[in-house]
Design a protein around this ligand. Structure first.
Ligand code: IMP
Ligand code: MG
Length: 194
């Protein structure tokens, strides 16, 4: 594993079984993804990027600076885990307000695609209730699993195995989001729930 970036975050690194992606690797991939999205949307106007809070916030902040087009940004807050490491399958919209997406080309961002419940619920709701011109999805990580929902992201950064990962926005029980890298969480830090 790479050396931790500073002593203050040392306890967080001790919780990682191994590092998967360094800051530099994430940054390099975001440059590529930004170029891909820029090329695909450059003839369209009215792009709106909607990030799923909390997990997608770092991803959004960094990715939008690699998309060289006019755009609006918005966010939506949902819950699916309720504290554990397995998706509950029930997506709770934490607010009643939906973003204003009428006549917009929408890209929904999330940190990771796992069962697909989250992206499926949100993209369907946007299509059904918000009158967008189009809705696509973009995730930083795509887990290699048989998804409960038949949905794949239109854009993704990296594939990961079916392991619980944290960092760069991804949390366990609300923590680890501030790690600049992405790594596999040691099972001892969540097996107490089993
Ligand atoms: P899905 O609804 O099962 O596709 O899961 C998507 C949501 O679950 C994401 O928004 C993440 O917040 C969370 N999630 C899935 N896998 C992981 C993981 O390995 N680490 C942290 N969060 C995860
Ligand atoms: Mg999450």
């Amino acid at each position: 594993m790479d050396a931790p970036r500073n002593d203050a975050t040392r306890p967080l690194y001790d919780h990682l079984e191994r590092l998967l992606f360094t800051e530099a690797e994430i940054k390099a991939r975001l440059v590529e993804m930004g170029a891909q999205i820029t090329a695909e949307y450059e003839d369209r106007r009215q792009l709106t990027i909607v990030t799923i809070l909390q997990g997608g916030m770092l991803f959004m902040a960094d990715l939008i600076r690699e998309i060289h087009l006019p755009m609006k940004v918005d966010s939506i807050s949902v819950s699916s885990y309720h504290g554990g490491t397995e998706s509950s399958g029930t997506i709770t919209f934490n607010e009643n307000r939906l973003p204003d997406l009428k006549d917009r080309h929408v890209i929904v961002l999330d940190d990771i695609l796992d069962t697909g419940h989250t992206l499926h619920a949100i993209t369907n709701r946007f299509r059904d209730e918000c009158n967008p011109l189009s809705v696509k999805s973009c995730v930083l990580l795509s887990k290699k699993v048989d998804r409960a929902e038949k949905i794949e992201a239109d854009f993704y950064g990296f594939e990961v195995e079916n392991e619980f990962v944290v960092g760069y926005g991804l949390d366990y029980n609300g923590e680890y989001r501030n790690l600049p890298e992405i790594g596999v969480l040691k099972p001892e830090f969540y097996t107490h729930e089993a």
